[in-house]
Each structure stands twice: as structure tokens, then as C-alpha cells.
Design a protein around this ligand. Structure first.
Ligand code: NAP
Length: 299
């Protein structure tokens, strides 16, 4: 039996379905879903990521536009631009690309995005909705992990799931999503003493660290499912956080890097953009009114 959790294949299937749904949507409402990507400064790997998002958008029938600001742009400038995008009826989804220069305070900037257009799901309102169990947009990477778990019918109910990493974009949303699936969830981080004692008893390990080789063979219970979110650029190419070659024989199922969570994350952004367009045509303006978003269509 193949042991790989093939994210690339699943992403392809999702994108094919999505393309059909977008065609019907565009036909029914005479509206083409549109994603706006805002990037500040020049970051090489972010640029690669932006390009892959744009080409994926094009393939499924989503319009995309990138707004680039110089490193020296002010927080006020970025916030103003986000308010303009909130008010722009042709734009359905907005992404504020990371990394940002230090003076562009992420919390403040992301809070300027209309929650109904926040396809990354990182606006405090969307995180709050997620943690209250009524999400509007689920952040793409955690959602990609859940889709992989569902596709491969990985049992999580009543199981020990150990997440390594507690970022707002990955580890924390995963924690609440897996609790929702009745897993017993442990979240580890840099202050965790004896990481191995946790991972070793896990039925499912999810690594979202950003360092190669954090998960080694002796840290994995034989037969455990290992999901690697990490993307690290090394001299030998792109690798995850898991020492794939040595963990492979021990694991029950494992994600390759590349070809695991990465391609699925992009597919989830596309899905969220269609959802944003649907919300828009269904005139869910109450979200905007409720949260007093500046520059909203409803004033
Ligand atoms: N596949 C995809 O599509 C996708 C999408 C997003 C991100 N990523 C990748 O996923 C990785 C994580 O991303 P992120 O945004 O969550 O990163 P992040 O914000 O840097 O968070 C990393 C987390 O890992 C923890 N950590 C670091 N070193 C550790 C160690 N030795 N032992 C245990 N915990 C440790 C940190 O703990 P503290 O909180 O204590 O600092 C932190 O919570 C990166 O490689 C990123 O490139 C992939």
C-alpha cells in the first residue's frame, strides 16, 4: 500500500471540481470571482508563492491582481489601500502577503480587511468565529491538513494528535479544528520540555515548525500518521520539518514535501475566494455592518 498522503493529486481533484463550480457561478451571477493580493517589500520566496497563486487562480477561472508596495510604505498607506479594496465591488477576496516589514504591524493591517473578504481567515473576527465553531473562512493551511485527513480517512476521534508549532496561521487553528473532530490535542512549541515524549505517543503528528529534521524516526510511534506542513529551502532543495527518508519506514502514512500540504493550501485559497464571491452576491452585508468595517459597500 502506498504510504504517501498525496496532496498534489487531491489538490488537482479539488481544482477540477472548483473550476466547474466557478463556471456555473460566473454563468449564474455574471460575476467573475476576484482575488487581490497585497505585498509589501520584495521577498523572493513570497514572490514565488504569489506567482503560483496567480497561475492557480487563472486555471480555475478566478481573476487575480497583485498590488506591490515598496519596503518603505507606511502602515497608514497599507491600511488605506485595504479600505479601498474593501469598497471595491469587483474584489471578493483580499490577501495580505507575509512576510511584512517590521513597521507594518500585522495585527493592525489584517484588522483593516473586511472579514467578509478575508480569504486567509486571519482577521480577529474570523479567528473568533473559527474558535466559536462557526467559521466563515478557515485559514488555508490548517484547512488543507484537515482535507488530507478526511480524504485518507485518518481516524482522529478519540486519538492522540500532537501538533508541533503554535502559530496563528497554522498551529492554533489546527488545534481548534482537531478538537472539533474529537481528537485529544497536544500543542508543542519551543518551550516544550522533552518534545519526543509527546510525539512518541501520538497517533497523528503534525509538524508546523519551519526547521528541517525536527521530527526524527525515534520520535514516531510505529504506524503513526505524520503530516509535514514545513517548507524549508535547503542546499539539497525543498524539505519539510520531518526527516522523511528515516521516518517513512516507521510511519503508517506520511506527507511528502513537496507534494503534500503545499499544493492543497493553494487549492484552499481558491475555494475560499469562490466562497467570498458567493457571500458577496448573497449580499451578506450584515457582516460588514456588524463589525463596522471602514470602506464597506454598505457604508
Ligand atoms: N504547506 C504550506 O502551504 C505552508 C503554509 C504556511 C506555512 N508553511 C510552513 O510551515 C512552517 C511553519 O509555519 P508557521 O507560519 O506556522 O511558522 P512560525 O510562525 O515560525 O511558527 C513556528 C512554530 O514552531 C515552533 N517551533 C520552532 N522551533 C521548534 C522546535 N525546535 N521545537 C518545537 N517547536 C518549535 C515555534 O514555537 P514558539 O511559538 O515557541 O516560537 C512556533 O510556534 C514553515 O516551514 C512554513 O514555511 C507551509
Amino acid at each position: 500500500l502506498p504510504k504517501d498522503l498525496n496532496g498534489k493529486e487531491l489538490a488537482k481533484k479539488i481544482k477540477e471540481e472548483l473550476q466547474e463550480n466557478i463556471t456555473s457561478f460566473t454563468h449564474a451571477f455574471r460575476v467573475t470571482p476576484k482575488l487581490a493580493i497585497v505585498a509589501v517589500g520584495e521577498d523572493l520566496s513570497a514572490n514565488v508563492y504569489i506567482k503560483s497563486k496567480q497561475s492557480a487562480c487563472k486555471k480555475v477561472g478566478i481573476d487575480s491582481v497583485v498590488f506591490r508596495f515598496p519596503e518603505t510604505a507606511s502602515l497608514e498607506q497599507i491600511k488605506e489601500h485595504l479600505h479601498e479594496l474593501n469598497a471595491d465591488k469587483s474584489v471578493h477576496g483580499i490577501i495580505l502577503e507575509l512576510p511584512l516589514p517590521a513597521h507594518i504591524l500585522y495585527d493592525e493591517a489584517v484588522s483593516s480587511i473586511d472579514p467578509a473578504k478575508d480569504v486567509d481567515g486571519l482577521h480577529p473576527v474570523n479567528l473568533g468565529l473559527l474558535f466559536s465553531g462557526k467559521p466563515l473562512f478557515i485559514p488555508s493551511t490548517p484547512r488543507a491538513v484537515i482535507r488530507l485527513i478526511e480524504e485518507y480517512k485518518v481516524p482522529v476521534e478519540g486519538k492522540d494528535v500532537v501538533i508541533v508549532g503554535r502559530s496563528l496561521a497554522v498551529g492554533k487553528p489546527l488545534y481548534t479544528l482537531l478538537l472539533g473532530k474529537n481528537a485529544t490535542v497536544t500543542t508543542c512549541h519551543t518551550k516544550t520540555t522533552n518534545l519526543k515524549s509527546h510525539t512518541r505517543r501520538a497517533d497523528v503528528i503534525i509538524a508546523a515548525v519551519g526547521k528541517p529534521g525536527v521530527i526524527k524516526a525515534d520520535m514516531v510511534k510505529p504506524g503513526a500518521v505524520v503530516i509535514d506542513v514545513g517548507i524549508n529551502v535547503t542546499e539539497s532543495g525543498l524539505v519539510g520539518d520531518v526527516s522523511y527518508d528515516e521516518v517513512y519506514p516507521v510511519a503508517g502514512l506520511i506527507t511528502p514535501v513537496p507534494g503534500g500540504v503545499g499544493p492543497l493550501t493553494v487549492a484552499m485559497i481558491l475555494e475560499n475566494t469562490l466562497r467570498a464571491a458567493e457571500i458577496n452576491v448573497n449580499n451578506f452585508n450584515h457582516h460588514r455592518r456588524l463589525y463596522g468595517v471602514k470602506g464597506s459597500e454598505s457604508g
